[in-house]
Design a protein. Sequence first.
Length: 662
Amino acid sequence: MLAVAGLLLVGFVLRVYQLQDQSLWYDEGVSWYLTGMSLPDLTVWTANDIQPPLYYYLLWFWVRLAGTSEYALRFPSVCFGVLILPLFWLVGRRWLGRLAGWLALILAVVSPLYVYYAQETRMYTLLTFLGLLGGYLLLRLVETGGRRPSGLIATAYVLSAVAALYTHYFAFFLLVAHALYVLYVWWRRRRRVVSATAIAIPVAIVVLYLPWLPFLVTRYGVDTSYWPGALNLGAVARKLFIAFSLGETVTEGVGTWLALGYGLILLISVAALVATGRKLRDELRITPLRFARHVSPKHPDALAFLLLYLVVPVVLILLLAYRTPKFNPRYAMLASPAFVLLMAGGLAALTTRPLPAVPTMVSRISRLVLAGAIIYIVTTSGYSLSNWFAPYRDNQFNKADFRITAQVVRQRVGPEETVVLSSGHMFPAWAYYYGWQGWHRVPDIEVLDVNAAIDMTAGEGLGRLLQGRPGVWLVRWQNQVTDPFDVLPLYLGTVGEQDDYGQFWHVELMHYNLPPDAQFDIGTFISHPVDADLGGQVRLLGMRHTAGPRVVLLWQAVAAVGTDYTVFVHLVNADGEVLVTADHRPTRPTSPRPVGHIVPDRISLTLPADLPGGDDYWLAVGMYDAADPAMPRLGPVTSDSGEGQPGDQVMIPFVVKDSSLE
C-alpha cells in the first residue's frame, strides 16, 4: 500500500505542478462565469448549452469555499484526476491480474492526457472518473454469476451512470457500451431469464435522468458552433490516437511517429490477452476459476468489456461528429481508460508463469518486450510532459493567453478609447482578467454561433460603438469562425491607422487611431458601385481600391448557393487582351454562406513593370466551377450600374498609374 500511496503522490504532484501558470482560456472562463450566477440561472444557461450542469454545480459550491483564483478553479479537476488513479489499480488488479493493476496505475499516473486535463477548469476528469467508476461497478455486478447482485453495488452503479449523464451528454455512448457488454455476457452464459436487477437498473437511470432528457434530445440539433461540412475521419482518428497515447502536448508530426510505437504495443497487448487465454484453456483445460489463478485476464470477459469500452463510444462520437463536424479528442476522453487497461493487461499477460509447452526463450523475449514497452511509454510520456512543463511558457502548447493580453491593454488604453472583442463569446475569459467595463462584443453573442459570423453589415454597429473615440483596441480570438473574412480589421484599417500589434498565444491584439469623422458603412466603403447579379445566386455590390495593386470586392448571396465557386479577376485592356489574372477561392466557400450576408473578397494583382498608365483598362470579374471544366461561368450577369457586361462577367473600369491601381 505504501507503493500505491507513493504513486498517487507522484500523480498528485504532476497534476498540481505549475497549476496556475497558464492563463484561463475560453472554456475555463465560461466555467468561472457560471459560478457567478444563481443556481437557477446556471441551470437555465446549461440547458441551452452543449454540456449539462453537474460539474458546474460542484464548481459553484467549491468556489464559495476556495475562491476564484486560477489555482482554486482548477483544483477540482486535479482531485478527480487523482481519484481516478486508484480506480485504475483496482480494476486492473481485480480483472487483469496483480501486475496489470500496477502497470495500469503507472501508465495513468504519467499519462500526458490525464495530466493536461487535470489542469483545466472543465468536466473531463470528472467524466472520465465517473465512467471508470461505472465500469468497475458494472463488472462487480456481472461477476456475481447466478448469485443475486448486491443492491448497494447496483445503486452505486445507477448513481454513477446518472452523474456521468448529468456531466456530459456523451456519457450516453458509454452506457451503450455497458449495455452491449451485458448482452454479450448474457448470451455467453446462455441465460434464458433476464434478472430483475438487469431491468431495474436502466429503468432507474431513465427515471432519474428524465428531467433533463428533453435537452439531450434537442441539444445537438440546434448547435450552431461549427461550419457545415464533414469530418476527415482518417485525420480525426489519427489525432485521437495521438491524444490517447501522448496527450495534447506533442506536435502532430512528432506525435504520429511516436504513436506508431503505441499502436504496436496495443496490438501486442490485445494479441497477448487473446492468445494466452486460448493457449491455457487448450493446454490445461482448466475451469474459469482455475484459469483466474494462472493468467490475465483474471475475468474471462474482461477483454470483451475493454474492447467495447474503447470502441463503442469512439465510433458513436465520430458518427455524430461526422454529421455535425465539431470534434476534439477530449470529447472521447471518457473511453481512454480502456486504452490504458488494454495495454496494462496485455503487457502483464506477457509475464504469465511459463507452461511446459512454452519455450524458455519465448518467455525471455516476452519479458524483454514488456520492459521495452514500459520504457517506451514512460519515456515518451516524459517527453510530452516536458513540453507542457517547459521552463519558459513561450511554446506552442500554451493555452490562449487572455491574461497577458488584458494586462497589455490595461497598461496602454487611452482614457477615451475602448476595446472590441471580435469573438464576442470570448467575454468570460476576457472579463476574468480585464473586468466588466470598457469593452464591447462584436458579434454580441454569449456562445459560439457561426450564423452570427461578422459580415460587412457590422459596420453600422461598429460606427455606433466607436463614435467620437480617438482609438480602439481590437482583440481577436477564434476569428476564423466569428470573423472569417477579417471584416473588422478591414474596416478599421481602411478608416483608421494601425499603429500597434501583438500576438499572445492564440490571441491577436491590434490598435487603431481613428479620425474624428470616422464612418463605418458599406456605402462609404465602396469606391466603385456595381450591383451586378450573377445567375440569380450571387450579387457583386461593388469594389474598393486599397493600398498598392489590391482591391476588395463585396459579394452577397441572394439565394442558396450549392457550388463552391472560384472567383476570377482579370485585368484587361481596351482591346480585350488579358494582362493579369487572379483566379482564387474565396476565404470561405461560397456554398454555406447565409443568404443576405455581404462579405469582402481581397485580391492582389501583380502588374507588369512596363504596364503603361492610363484609364483604358477594365477589371473583368465573375465566378466559375473549377471542379467542372465543362461548367460555364456563373451567369447570366445583369446589372443596373455596370458597363459593358458581356453576359458572364462584370466589367469594372480601372485607371492604372505607375503600375498600381487607383
